[in-house]
Ligand binder design. Structure first.
Ligand SMILES: NC(=O)c1ccc[n+]([C@@H]2O[C@H](COP(=O)([O-])OP(=O)(O)OC[C@H]3O[C@@H](n4cnc5c(N)ncnc54)[C@H](O)[C@@H]3O)[C@@H](O)[C@H]2O)c1
Length: 377
């Protein structure tokens, strides 16, 4: 379902043989997590519900990290280097603060260990580019944690768009609005600092889905306003973008607006958010339109004509937890049976759009997204 056979087949086998161990086939995939904060714990929960994988250790220097390892009865390491040395896991999930992603992912790559890196891939696209190139040289698979792509409803939406049912995509409208309480920032002060605003922390997911559903984004124009709470980042921003296929998109984000119109508050992916039945994405085509996440397709009953009745069909789809699907997919990549659905390069392309939005918000000018030196394997 999520990719074809991989060119990375031998990575783990090579590691295991070098370590005197067996092959992954026929046994559980041994995974470790660096950073067991908010999202690292969610990965562990997903792992516990996924067949064929096992959590073998966590690296986290905090007291909470140590206690968490104790409660989960798994080995604790102060550092990722010690974890890699002590466990030589089959794969590592990096759920650490964003500024650590590149350095830690490079450590995994040099140790020959595939990594699933939380989003955003890096704190700068150029550093992310260097990481992706090094991983390609070493033929070590990297995945980026844009888990929404593993949601069956996104897979259904993409299939509908690709089949041409809504015609040519001409316009996209998306919103990412919610209110994060002060405590969210106080418990992890890095969230207040430059680079951790809602464009890079939240909008990056929506941009990734826009690219996944509607194609490459070539250029953007954006505006942003500084945080009213005095943090080092924006607390509201909006962007206009041009897709390669000719569509035009608009998107806005705020972590300081009280509203339900965001993927977080509508998709029901994560039970910590109260569910609403609103939609947050509208994808407009020449034959019909799609709203998400309610997955309703709007078409005229007769001719395409604004004076003709228009109605919506609710499309069917399966339901399953994208984080569990992502872990299962990571294990398949490690086994050499699948190619990363969201590769390092995909995460990098999404990050380049985010950086273009940030640059444009500073200059107010149309900004090209630009290209990377990294290439698809
Ligand atoms: N996919 C998603 O939906 C999603 C959601 C939230 C956060 N994220 C991303 O996940 C990452 C972590 O975010 P968070 O909100 O969980 O942060 P957090 O602050 O809650 O957790 C980070 C953890 O990393 C630990 N840590 C710090 N330095 C470390 C080191 N050198 N080695 C190992 N562990 C270390 C901290 O002690 C902490 O437990 C960020 O990149 C963020 O953007 C993704």
């Amino acid at each position: 379902m999520l990719g074809q056979s991989s060119g990375f087949v031998s990575v783990v086998a090579r590691n295991r043989c070098a370590a005197g161990g067996g092959m992954v086939d026929g046994r559980d995939v041994r995974l470790a997590i660096a950073g067991v904060g908010l999202v690292g714990k969610r990965h562990a929960d997903a792992m516990f519900k996924t067949d064929g994988v096992r959590l073998v250790g966590v690296a986290d220097p905090s007291d909470e990290g140590r206690q968490y390892a104790q409660v989960q009865d798994t080995r604790h390491y102060e550092t990722l280097a010690e974890l890699l040395e002590g466990e030589l896991p089959d794969g590592v999930i990096l759920a650490t603060p964003t500024p650590l992603h590149v350095e830690q992912a490079l450590a995994c790559v040099e140790a020959g260990v595939p990594a699933l890196i939380e989003k955003p891939l890096a704190d700068s696209a150029d550093a992310g580019d260097a990481l992706v190139r090094r991983a390609a040289e070493r033929r070590i698979p990297l995945l980026v944690g844009h888990h929404r792509r593993y949601n069956p409803l996104i897979q259904r939406a993409r299939a509908v768009i690709e089949s041409g049912e809504i015609g040519e995509v001409r316009a996209v409208q998306a919103s990412c609005w919610f209110y994060k309480p002060d405590g969210y920032f106080d418990v992890a002060p890095w969230r207040k600092r430059r680079g951790a605003g809602p464009i890079s922390v939240n909008l990056v997911h929506d941009i990734d889905l826009m690219r996944h559903l509607c194609g490459e984004i070539l250029s953007v124009q954006a505006q942003a306003s500084p945080s009213l709470r005095g943090y080092e980042n924006e607390d509201v921003a909006a962007a206009l973008f041009r897709f390669e296929g000719g569509a035009i998109g608009t998107i806005s984000v705020s972590d300081s607006v009280v509203a339900p119109w965001s993927w977080e508050m509508t998709s029901q992916e994560n039970p910590i958010y109260p569910a609403t039945s609103e939609s947050c994405y509208l994808i407009g085509g020449s034959q019909g339109s799609l709203s998400l996440p309610d997955l309703r397709m709007w078409t005229h009953r007769g001719a395409r004509d604004w004076w003709q009745p228009i109605s919506a069909t609710s499309l069917l789809r399966n339901a399953s937890d994208p984080l569990i699907n992502q872990i299962a997919h990571f294990a398949e990549v490690i086994r050499g049976r699948a190619k990363p659905l969201v590769s390092g390069l995909e995460g990098l392309r999404t990050l380049r759009v985010v950086e273009a939005i940030q640059r444009s918000a500073e200059t107010g000018r149309w900004t090209d997204v630009g290209t990377s030196q990294s290439r698809e394997d």
